[in-house]
Design a protein around this ligand. Structure first.
Ligand SMILES: [Zn+2]
Ligand SMILES: [Zn+2]
Ligand SMILES: [Zn+2]
Ligand SMILES: [Zn+2]
Length: 357
């Protein structure tokens, strides 16, 4: 009885094992994908050619695969030998930059193995000069000048560019004509130092009646800019025209007041301050242009200029009227030149200045 029971149990265990074993083989036969030794009895693989599915690199073998034409689930794999030249180079690092005369060098490192490196030439760079400083080659008081620089590596490499007009200069503080072009600038000037620059404190126009403001005074070997026209410098003079200089930054109070020969004034971009009463009672003055750099126009600067028709601001943004204590302000629209002219010659500006933020 006991023997029979053990036998039955054994055969049950066997049956279960067999069932599982068969199921496992079947699975493998239908879906196996890890080798050619499929446990099937009557299937002979019909392999395709080898196809490289993972290329070999300089550091790792690749893999080739072939597929059974009868059942594409049957696949076979094999290694592809390391390819010593199959590096994967990085973007490279410049070790020596190229110049206008010599090639540079660039070093590359293999991303598979950092011990694999190579260097390559960087071609000559025709723009990579080593410039010396600019030197003036053509001077001009009122027209465009020219300056040039030379490459320190090869003097045949040069570059030129235009320069802005330099303005006239006085050969000494007592000169009255330009040291370069000999144009008479004034009948007399009084030039005095102010900080690091010079100012014109007094003067009378030359016989031409055209007053030309010099840009520099030469003292020894140094050209020092004249940046200011002092208060009352040309008051009530009789010239008909003023030519300002590119170095001027301030026109003093009453500098040109009562100059009743001038008809137009063109204030250059470097001038930031026009003093109070600077052009007051210039009764023939018709047109004024205020340069880009202006930021302050003093009280009564154009008061009593009864002929004034147009005052044009090169930069019309940000202007305000302020009282002389600078405590209140009103934004001002100054885009209309004729309205500006009316306001500046007739408006109550005895205690108001115009400023730009
Ligand atoms: Zn097959
Ligand atoms: Zn490599
Ligand atoms: Zn060069
Ligand atoms: Zn000159």
């Amino acid at each position: 009885m006991k023997k029979t029971f053990i036998l039955v149990l054994l055969s049950l265990v066997c049956a279960v094992c067999c069932a599982f074993g068969l199921a496992a083989c079947g699975d493998k036969d239908n879906g196996g994908n890890s080798g050619s030794n499929q446990p099937t009895s009557d299937h002979v693989h019909d392999w395709s050619d080898w196809v490289i599915t993972t290329p070999a690199t300089c550091s790792a073998p690749g893999r080739a695969t072939r597929t059974c034409k009868t059942n594409p689930n049957h696949k076979d794999y094999t290694d592809v030998a390391i390819e010593p030249e199959a590096h994967l180079w990085d973007d490279g690092e410049e070790i020596t930059p190229a110049t206008c005369m010599e090639k540079g060098k660039k070093k590359f490192v293999c991303l598979h193995n950092e011990e694999h490196t190579k260097t390559e030439d960087i071609p000559i760079d025709n723009n990579a000069h080593d410039w010396d400083s600019w030197k003036v080659t053509k001077e001009s008081c009122t027209g465009k000048g020219e300056e040039m620089r030379v490459c320190k590596r090869d003097e045949k490499h040069t570059q030129t560019r235009e320069t802005e007009p330099m303005g006239h200069y006085l050969a000494s503080p007592t000169s009255t004509e330009c040291g370069r072009c000999k144009t008479p600038l004034a009948q007399s000037f009084t030039i005095t130092r102010i900080d690091e620059t010079f100012q014109i404190t007094k003067g009378t126009a030359p016989a031409t009646r055209i007053l030309i403001i010099p840009a520099y005074v030469k003292t020894g070997e140094t050209m020092t800019p004249i940046t200011q026209i002092a208060d009352s410098a040309f008051m009530s003079d009789t010239f008909t025209e003023i030519q300002f200089s590119p170095t001027l930054s301030r026109i003093g109070a009453s500098a040109f007041s009562g100059c009743n020969g001038i008809q137009s004034v063109n204030i250059p971009d470097n001038v930031h301050s026009i003093g109070s009463s600077a052009f007051e009672n210039c009764v023939k003055l018709k047109t004024v242009t205020i340069g880009r750099g202006a930021s302050e126009i003093g009280a009564k600067a154009f008061r009593g200029c009864t002929s004034l028709q147009a005052v044009t601001f090169t930069d019309t943004t940000g202007w305000k009227f302020k009282d002389v204590n600078l405590t209140t302000n009103e934004p001002q629209d100054i885009t209309d030149p004729s309205a500006n002219a009316r306001e500046l010659k007739e408006g109550d500006h005895t205690t108001w200045v115009m400023v730009k933020d």
